[in-house]
Design a protein around this ligand. Structure first.
Ligand SMILES: Cc1cc2nc3c(=O)[nH]c(=O)nc-3n(C[C@H](O)[C@H](O)[C@H](O)COP(=O)(O)OP(=O)(O)OC[C@H]3O[C@@H](n4cnc5c(N)ncnc54)[C@H](O)[C@@H]3O)c2cc1C
Length: 532
């Protein structure tokens, strides 16, 4: 184990689409950048798993129509000013990707990444192009398999950013001085038992931001993606749209659910009504024993092209046998508030990508996350570079440097087995107590279970680097899930993304209420409500 000290202008935590964009834009602005990523750059991210759909106005879809659709899907909880900025610049995001060599085509009301080989997953193609650009850029240094544990401020409890503490998988400590830090750590949906996210996406950014005293907004608004495999022995893989003509969604009695529930069309419901469709699938499953996607009536030509040609690698005979499905936790609409430069309320701390709150309201319209990653990444990268230039060199003071071994902290020894069991428990609590259908009783029970786990993991000692990483995963998961639960207790209405079964009021189509939480751990709660 070694302890290293480095200095740079801008640190970027995370290397998915938002982090890579931010790093490239900061470096292009003429500053030195260090990128720290838990996984290999571009991969180990949701960006690499994505379907490569970018929502935005097109030649046949006006800015006003795009804004109206996004607001309607989001129950008007969206930050409309932010949405309008994104709407006016969506084409810039597409052009930016094209300028880096990404093949991206226009399709009616969105853009779609188009890999050279049709069987190549679009997200993986996108990230491999961007990875090459990032790693070849002269002023960017990359540290992979490295976890950002703490963002440091120059004051005791407040002040400007002065750097980060990070650890790599060999247990080396990195103390990195920087005037600007950009959090691009993605969302947190992998903390749920059923999730289509990369397994590392458990909410590190929310936990890092919360530890600095930042307000977390609307954390209860977790989007569930309605159609993901639920066949025994197969992964909970999302079945990507567009579902071709002839695709049916049926319950176990063979009833067509799109017709039964008066939905306009399957693909439209997947894009704009993910919450409603998820709830229908969960309720049908509990009443009638299961819901199935049935591709048996799809004309044979559709099996040669995406998305169905990509199903060939899955051990299920989709052409002949309907597949059982259930929703999965997919996306966090809540998060951290930033200004027009991408800066949070802490001077020098920036955020971008899924971590950022505001665009999506109560239910994200499909395709808006990737557009937001590029635009918020550009704004944060340029803003962080400007901030670094104007504020001059930062240095971590010697008393703030981390010199501690990851192995010894004098706590209760914990084995990998025990930590893995706790991880399973957290994922179950998320799914069972903070899932698609919630109630005060369920939420309070989930909250108490989490408080017990938090108490335990705060006192645990680990003895090697692998367990250290596992423990950090548990801490981020518990803090993030606590925010989801606390926010759900506050939101006493049904506006979207999840249903409060104990609230009698009919579902709303519009709301103005935002939950705001600050991290103040006590015996009763990890978060308290913020008036700001
Ligand atoms: C299956 C699937 C399909 C999707 N398809 C679409 C789509 O077609 N269109 C759309 O708009 N949206 C889609 N989404 C949503 C979209 O992909 C994500 O919201 C988006 O990619 C998030 O990008 P990001 O850069 O913010 O985070 P991510 O891409 O998740 O990257 C996060 C990065 O942070 C790193 N990291 C995390 N914590 C730390 C830490 N503490 N220290 C260091 N590094 C850290 C990770 O290793 C990773 O590099 C999809 C999501 C999924 C799961």
């Amino acid at each position: 184990m070694s302890i290293r000290t480095l200095s740079t202008d801008v640190v970027v935590a995370g290397a998915g689409l938002a982090g890579i964009t931010a790093a490239l834009e900061a470096a292009r602005s003429g500053v030195d950048v260090v990128v720290l990523s838990l996984a290999p750059v571009g991969f180990g991210s949701n960006s690499a798993l994505s379907n490569g759909v970018f929502a935005g106005p097109t030649s046949t879809y006006t800015i006003e129509a795009y804004i109206a659709d996004t607001l309607k899907a989001g129950g008007f909880l969206n930050d409309e000013g932010y949405l309008r900025r994104v709407a006016s610049k969506a084409l810039t995001a597409v052009e930016w990707l094209r300028s880096l060599g990404v093949n991206i085509v226009e399709e009616s009301d969105h853009y779609r990444v188009s890999p050279d080989r049709k069987t190549q997953p679009p997200g993986s193609y996108l990230m491999s192009v961007l990875r090459k650009r990032l790693t070849a850029y002269p002023r960017i240094r990359v540290f992979e398999r490295t976890l950002v544990k703490k963002v440091l401020l120059d004051g005791e409890t407040s002040g400007s950013v002065c750097g980060v503490v990070a650890f790599n998988r060999s247990g080396d400590v990195l103390n990195i001085s920087a005037s600007s830090v950009i959090l691009a750590t993605g969302g947190g949906a992998a903390l749920y038992k059923r999730s289509d996210n990369h397994k590392a996406i458990v909410g590190y950014g929310y936990a890092l931001a919360a530890a600095l005293g930042l307000v977390l907004y609307d954390m209860e608004l977790v989007q569930f993606y309605p159609i993901a495999l639920a066949e025994p022995g197969l992964p909970a893989l999302m079945l990507a749209p567009p579902h071709p003509p002839g695709t049916m969604l049926r319950n176990s009695k063979g009833v067509d659910l799109i017709e039964k529930y008066g939905l306009e069309q399957l693909n439209k419901a997947v894009r704009f009504q993910r919450d409603r469709l998820s709830l229908i699938i969960v309720e049908e499953t509990s009443k009638n024993g299961g819901v199935y996607i049935d591709y048996t009536g799809v004309p044979s030509s559709f099996w040669e092209i995406p998305p169905l040609c990509r199903l060939a690698r899955i051990r299920h005979d989709f052409r002949r046998t309907p597949a059982r499905i259930l929703p999965v936790a997919h996306f966090f609409m809540g998060g951290v508030k930033v200004d027009e430069q991408g800066m949070t309320a802490i001077p020098g701390l920036f955020a971008c990508g899924e971590l950022v709150w505001g665009l999506h309201g109560a239910n994200r319209r499909g395709g808006n996350a990737l557009t937001e990653c590029v635009l918020s990444g550009m704004w944060a990268g340029r803003g962080a570079a400007r901030w670094a230039v104007s504020s001059g060199t930062s240095k971590i003071s010697s008393e703030k440097m981390c010199r501690a071994s990851i192995c010894r902290n004098g706590g209760i020894p914990a084995t990998e087995d025990k930590l893995t069991r706790i991880k399973r428990e957290i994922r179950n609590i998320a799914w069972d107590y903070a899932g698609i259908c919630r109630s005060e009783d369920l939420l309070l029970r989930g909250k108490n279970k989490l408080l017990e786990l938090f108490d335990y993991i705060s006192r645990v000692e680990v003895n090697d680097s692998e367990n250290f990483f596992l423990l950090e995963d548990l801490k981020a998961s518990v803090i993030t899930l606590s925010a989801v639960i606390e926010g759900s207790l506050i939101r006493r209405e049904n506006i979207g993304s999840f249903r409060r079964a104990d609230i009698e009021n009919p579902p709303l189509s519009r709301s103005e209420f935002h939950s705001r939480l600050v991290y103040e751990p006590s015996n009763e709660s990890l978060f308290s409500r913020s008036g700001r």
